[in-house]
Design a protein. Structure first.
Length: 82
């Protein structure tokens, strides 16, 4: 095999001897936080509800299930007018 064929089939990271280690999703810690809600009394966005529901799910220990309870709790909480 010639050098040109090797260059096309060998990843550059392997050639330079460097490897990049990626973190697994379980290795990433998310600090407790509150999703941003609109302060003008508008309905919260799906993204805000999704983030808040996710944070509630993580705080509850990531239980099995569809998570609809976390979504509904987040939606109700974020819909409250300050």
């Amino acid at each position: 095999m010639n050098n040109q064929a090797t260059a096309l089939t060998t990843p550059a990271a392997t050639e330079s001897g460097t490897k990049t280690k990626r973190k697994a999703a379980s290795d990433v810690s998310i600090p407790p936080q509150k999703a941003n809600t609109p302060s003008d009394g508008k309905v919260p966005t799906d993204e805000a509800i999704r983030l808040d529901a996710y944070l509630k799910w993580v705080a509850a220990g990531k239980p099995a299930g569809d998570g609809i309870g976390f979504w509904l709790d987040a939606e109700q909480e974020l819909s409250k007018v300050p």
